[in-house]
Ligand binder design. Structure first.
Ligand code: ZN
Ligand code: ZN
Length: 142
C-alpha cells in the first residue's frame, strides 16, 4: 500500500512506496515563508519510490538548483527538490493523507526558531540544515 498525500483542493496528489528516509521539523526562514507557517514538518523519500498522481504540480526554481512544487490550482506547497539533496523528494507532513501517523524525530535550523514558538519535545535539535543533521539525506536519519 503506497502512502498518499494531497493539496488543499485535492487536484494534486502524490504517493510513494516503502518507508520514509527521515522526518523532521525545519525552522528556517525559507520554509516558514514558503508555507506562511511558524515551523514546517517535513519527510523525505527516495525519488525512485515517489510519483505525482492527479494533476501535475507547478514548479518554481526559487534559487539555482532548488525546485519548489505547488498545486497549480490552489497554490498549496507540495514538495521540494534540490541539487544538493539529489535523489530525494521532500514532502510536507501536513499534506499526508493521514498526518496524524507522522512522527518527527529531530529539528533542523533550530537557531532560527521563532522565539514565541513553544515546542516542548525532547527531540534532537540541530543548528544548520538537514545536511548537518541527517548526513546523507537519502539515508535514514535515525
Ligand atoms: Zn490544490
Ligand atoms: Zn527549512
Amino acid at each position: 500500500m503506497p502512502t498518499r498525500g494531497h493539496c488543499l483542493c485535492k487536484q494534486t496528489l502524490w504517493e510513494f512506496d516503502g518507508d520514509i528516509s527521515w522526518a523532521c521539523y525545519c525552522h528556517c526562514d525559507d520554509c516558514r515563508r514558503n508555507c506562511s507557517a511558524p515551523v514546517v514538518a517535513w519527510l523525505g523519500v527516495p525519488l525512485h519510490n515517489f510519483r505525482w498522481i492527479g494533476a501535475p504540480p507547478k514548479t518554481r526554481e526559487s534559487s539555482p538548483g532548488v525546485f519548489r512544487h505547488f498545486c497549480a490550482t490552489c497554490g498549496a506547497p507540495m514538495g521540494f527538490e534540490a541539487s544538493h539533496y539529489s535523489g530525494g523528494m521532500h514532502l510536507f507532513a501536513a499534506s499526508l493523507e493521514n498526518p496524524d501517523r507522522f512522527t518527527p524525530t529531530f529539528h533542523v535550523n533550530y537557531q532560527s526558531k521563532l522565539p514565541w514558538l513553544r515546542m516542548n519535545d525532547d527531540l534532537p535539535k540541530y543548528d544548520g540544515t538537514l545536511l548537518h543533521a541527517a548526513g546523507d539525506p537519502g539515508a535514514c536519519a535515525t
